[in-house]
Design a protein. Sequence first.
Length: 105
Amino acid sequence: MEVYVIENHDGEGKFPTFPKGSKVENIIPCKQYTYWSSGVIDGYETYIPNTYIENNCLNCDYNPTELVVKAKDCVELIKVVFDWGYVKSKHGEYGWLPFGILYMK
């Protein structure tokens, strides 16, 4: 489904894809986004949906990269996970955007 971006988003850098079974350390619930936690995976500090963590390990492959987008960009919405959309850009990049900055025409 195509959606549009209503405000710029800079993201927090690119991350590798962490494979299922990767250990998640220092898990702390996120104050801003319900059902998300911050944690450390292979030395990278990032945010993880709580449903992706089981027994302090990832239960699926996960890449926490947020896309860098500008207002009025069009992206393809792949899935929504607790206030964030996992999207594909027109350049073929995959990443996360806060669902609050996305809208359908």
